[in-house]
Design a protein around this ligand. Structure first.
Ligand code: AHR
Length: 517
């Protein structure tokens, strides 16, 4: 059973041109959480991250080298590692992205000063390979995350991929296991996921779906580990709404696929040539971005329906292994570097809520990307680091990792601006591993406070506690000078009546996560 958030429009004051006072008098939203009808477990892995050899995502972002004056553990920034540990990142995807299909793992092993220097054809500049297999695997261990490696199908071979896995996971006396030991790692590593090609419809080789499916079958046959967990083989899935690709890949290779990746990026304008700015935007781009983020629900629903035809038991996970906002890069900034505002926090909260609603099928996701690239958790500038509003959503939503999704019904006014309409309230709920019911509410309206009457079926609520993320403006960001302009605060706008009903007063443009017991 797919869980859904029902949103019923009760009319919208904005459409009557009464955005100010009249909106303040909007009706109370009615929310019912069904704690008596538990759904699927929300896999921790939907809180996964993605780190590509791109711009300052890895070099300077996570890696500074042992000789750096920036505090580091074996070359990895201590501040970044600690921040990522604090949000319990479950899985990290590496080395790409487009870069994966030009990456040859042998370039990144052995003495660092002797490693190959290659052009980074995908993103410009030269790749020194300072962070290779040993470094990435150690980084994931430091963070406490599982690993999701992306194998090179575009310019690699089944043999190269298979030897990489042997090098990583060999626990015997094979040449490659001994080579790994000689390079400093005695124990085999654990590889949880292996992507086979990336965006094979585009930068990964401009293949057609049926051809990719055949290639995938061949590679998947030789994607074997020698120790550790069962390897989950991830097929390179569709670009956004390319349902023909899903149809072709499922028809051709479903039996060999463990997870199927889909990529979808949220652009304020929908135009790849003029995507829009990360800051300094107006309400038209605020609501346009939220509307675009909402498309994820339709994409997941439709791809999943095609998968159902070939995999009715839902053995194959849908992995949204690239998602997030993508803005125009500011002149002079490193590749795909963008600021991250309250709007990004809203996109993260809405998207994660959609994944919760599809918990049965969506079992991994990887936001693009972890540090200094696209919708990042963390931005760095030499020794300085800031946590972005998106990071704070991943922090607030930690209670949903491994929780059991609960159905939710919502009746709320819509929020509209400039002819664009979106639901006036987004809600997701789950029973946490701590036994509490956690409810996240998102009020996207930048002007209007939203009163909410919240009923929980199957739980007599006794106490309510909460945390909130908001900001003075829709484009407020954390900067190196003001790193805490957007950060979570305690939320005191929820009260419990004697009957267990909860009344919430949601401030404008706010994300609130409640803990109900
Ligand atoms: O995340 C940036 C790029 O977006 C990735 O390298 C690629 O897979 C996608 O097009």
């Amino acid at each position: 059973m797919a869980l859904r958030t029902w949103v019923v429009a009760l009319g919208c004051c904005v459409s009557f041109g009464m955005a100010g006072l009249a909106c303040a008098a909007s009706s109370t939203a009615q929310v019912t959480v069904h704690a008596d009808r538990p759904g699927a477990v929300i896999h921790r892995e939907i809180y996964g991250q993605f780190a590509e050899q791109l711009g300052r995502g890895i070099d300077a972002g996570i890696w500074v080298g042992e000789a750096s004056s920036i505090p580091n553990v074996h070359g990895f920034r201590k501040d970044v590692v600690e921040a990522l540990k604090a949000i319990h990142v479950p899985v990290i995807r590496w080395p790409g992205g487009c870069f994966a299909d030009e990456y040859h793992w042998r370039d990144g092993i052995g003495p660092r000063d002797k490693r190959a220097v290659r052009p980074n054809y995908s993103w410009g500049g030269e790749e020194r390979n300072a962070v290779g297999t040993h470094e990435f695997m150690e980084f994931a261990e430091l963070v406490g995350a599982q690993t999701y490696l992306a194998a090179n199908m575009g310019t690699g071979s089944p043999r190269e991929m298979s030897e990489w896995l042997e090098y990583l996971t060999g626990d015997g006396q094979t040449d490659l296991a001994r080579e790994r030991r000689a390079n400093g790692r005695a124990q085999p590593w654990q590889v949880a996921y292996l992507g086979i090609g990336n965006e094979s419809w585009g930068c990964g080789g401009h293949m057609r779906g049926a051809y990719y499916a055949d290639q995938y079958r061949q590679y998947a046959t030789f994607a074997r580990t020698l120790s550790g967990p069962n390897l989950q083989r991830v097929a390179s899935g569709a670009n956004a709404d390319d349902y023909a690709w899903t149809e072709a890949v499922m028809a051709g290779a479903a039996e060999q696929i463990d997870a199927y990746g889909v990529h979808y990026y949220t652009l304020p304008t929908g135009d790849w040539k003029h995507k829009g700015n990360a800051v300094g935007f107006g309400e038209d781009q605020w609501i346009g971005t939220l509307k675009a983020a909402l498309r994820m629900d339709e994409l997941v629903t439709k791809h999943s329906a095609i998968m159902d035809k070939y995999d009715p038991a839902r053995r194959i996970a849908l992995a949204v292994d690239e998602w997030g906002t993508w803005y125009d890069t500011e002149p002079g900034a490193s590749a795909l570097y963008q600021q991250n505002s309250l709007r990004d926090a809203m996109v993260a909260a809405i998207t994660l809520g959609i994944f919760h609603a599809h918990a049965e099928r969506v079992r991994m996701a990887n936001i693009a990307q972890m540090v200094n690239v696209l919708q990042a958790m963390i931005l760095t500038d030499k020794a300085r680091m800031v946590l972005t509003p998106t990071y704070h959503v991943f922090d607030l939503y930690q209670v949903f990792q491994g929780a059991t999704a609960l159905p939710v019904e919502v009746r709320a006014d819509e929020y509209a601006h400039g002819g664009v309409r979106v639901p006036g309230l987004f809600v997701t709920a789950a029973r946490g591993t701590d036994g509490a019911v956690h409810v996240a509410l998102v009020n996207p309206d930048p002007q209007r406070t939203q009163r909410v009457a919240l009923a929980v079926r199957g739980l007599k609520v006794g106490t309510v506690r909460g945390r909130m993320l908001s900001a003075p403006a829709i484009d407020t960001v954390n900067t190196f000078e003001r790193p805490e302009a957007v950060k979570p605060v305690a939320f005191t706008g929820g009260t419990v009546g004697s009957d267990g009903a909860v009344a919430v007063s949601m401030p404008a443009k706010a994300i609130v996560v409640l803990e109900l017991r």
